[in-house]
Design a protein around this ligand. Structure first.
Ligand SMILES: Nc1nc2c(ncn2[C@@H]2O[C@H](COP(=O)(O)OP(=O)(O)O)[C@@H](O)[C@H]2O)c(=O)[nH]1
Ligand SMILES: [Mg+2]
Length: 192
């Protein structure tokens, strides 16, 4: 596995991408953060006795989105986190479009993804059931978690599961593309 895995976190504005990332990297929930900022977060972690320097690309999506920047980011990404908010049906409906967007740059089955329904602490405002989230993940053959960037619920689990998925896809640095050791193997879907 690449010792410097790169993760892109993708989803509508306001779903909690930056909060999730800062919770993971700094164990802090930051209430206000400018959502029009693109940022790279870095953290050194131990995973199964291996030291990894991970980079998380927290991507802003909007009209001003720079096409070249996006393409460059997607190509170098080892694994993607797709985020919706359980309190925002629109953010859930949009995920399909984001996934299709990535398929323009990477082949289906060629990269690991994980889907998360964030803001799990806001049960009273829930618009998307856990089952709907899980079914969507089954459709895309990837793991699924509900998370809370506020309480840190499943935040580490999400990243660690994705990193273990990335490990199954040996990265070929010569061709800058990934080939999966067993392209037929789909991960089991998990519901939390
Ligand atoms: N209650 C709750 N609020 C959250 C959670 N994640 C993010 N937020 C709030 O949702 C808003 C948008 O979060 P942000 O991380 O900026 O979203 P981004 O645009 O996807 O980066 C902020 O006010 C956050 O404090 C969460 O898990 N629970
Ligand atoms: Mg943000």
């Amino acid at each position: 596995m690449d010792k410097n895995p790169i993760i892109s976190i993708i989803g509508n504005g306001g779903v909690g991408k930056t909060s999730f990332t800062t919770q993971f990297c700094y164990s802090q929930f930051i209430e206000y953060y400018d959502s029009a900022i693109e940022d790279i977060f870095r953290k050194q972690i131990e995973l199964d006795e291996e030291t990894l320097n991970i980079e998380i690309l927290d991507c802003f999506y909007g009209d001003e989105w720079n096409y070249n920047f996006k393409q460059g980011n997607y190509e170098k990404t080892h694994g993607f986190i797709f985020v919706y908010s359980i309190t925002d049906k629109n953010s859930f409906d949009e995920l399909e479009n984001y996934l299709n967007e990535i398929y323009k740059y990477k082949k289906v089955n060629d990269f690991p993804i994980i889907i998360i329904g964030n803001k799990n602490d806001l049960e009273d405002e829930r618009q998307i059931s856990k089952e709907e989230g899980n079914e969507f993940a089954i459709k895309h053959g990837c793991p699924f978690y509900e998370t809370s960037a506020k309480t840190r619920y499943n935040v580490e689990e999400t990243i660690f599961t994705l990193l273990r998925e990335i490990r199954k896809y040996p990265f070929d640095s010569n061709s800058n593309s990934k080939s999966k050791s067993n392209s037929n193997s789909k991960s089991n879907c998990l519901i939390f």
